[in-house]
Design a protein around this ligand. Structure first.
Ligand code: DQA
Length: 144
C-alpha cells in the first residue's frame, strides 16, 4: 500500500494561480491518481491537509505499515524540518512531487527540505508527476 500525501492549498487546485497549476481541481487530481493506480495495479491511499502536524502524524502512522510515500508537501516543502524529520523517522521509500517546476520560480522555492530525504523528486510535470512517482515506487518498493 502506498500513501499519497498532499500539503496545504492543493485542495484549492482549479482556483489557485491557474496560470501556474492549471484549471483542474483537486477532485480531478484524486481521480487521476486513482486511475493510474488501477492501471498499474497499485493500492493507494490519498490524503490532503493544510496542517503541518497532521502531515507529520500521517507519516508517523505509516511506519511499518506503508510500502512507499508520494508526497507533495506544497509550501511546507520549503519550511518544514518537522516533515523532513518524520520522513527520516518512518524510514519509508519516498518520492517527492511538485506540479510546478520549483527551480523556475521564486528563489525561496528552490530549497526543499523534503528533498533531503526523498529518493527521487519529480517536478514541473503537472498531474503526470504523480503517475511517474507511482511507476517508480512500483518498480522499486520492497513489500512488507
Ligand atoms: C508546489 C510548489 C510549492 O512551492 C507551492 O508552495 C505549492 C505547490 C507544487 O506542486 O508545484 O503549494 O508544491
Amino acid at each position: 500500500m502506498f500513501l499519497v500525501i498532499n500539503g496545504p492549498n492543493l485542495n484549492m487546485l482549479g482556483i489557485r494561480e491557474r496560470e501556474v497549476y492549471g484549471n483542474k481541481t483537486y477532485k480531478d487530481l484524486v481521480k487521476y491518481i486513482k486511475e493510474c493506480a488501477k492501471e498499474l495495479g497499485a493500492k493507494v491511499k490519498i490524503l490532503q491537509s493544510n496542517y503541518e502536524g497532521q502531515i507529520v502524524e500521517w507519516i508517523q502512522k505509516a511506519y511499518g505499515r506503508i510500502d512507499g510515500i508520494i508526497i507533495n508537501p506544497a509550501a511546507y516543502t520549503h519550511t518544514s524540518v518537522a516533515i523532513l524529520d518524520a520522513l527520516k523517522a518512518a524510514h519509508i521509500k519516498t518520492v517527492e512531487v511538485h506540479l510546478s517546476d520549483i527551480n523556475q520560480r521564486e528563489e525561496f522555492r528552490k530549497f526543499s527540505y523534503a528533498s533531503l530525504y526523498a529518493e527521487k523528486t519529480i517536478m514541473g510535470k503537472g498531474f503526470e508527476g504523480y503517475k511517474e512517482a507511482l511507476e517508480y515506487l512500483m518498480e522499486n518498493y520492497y513489500e512488507r
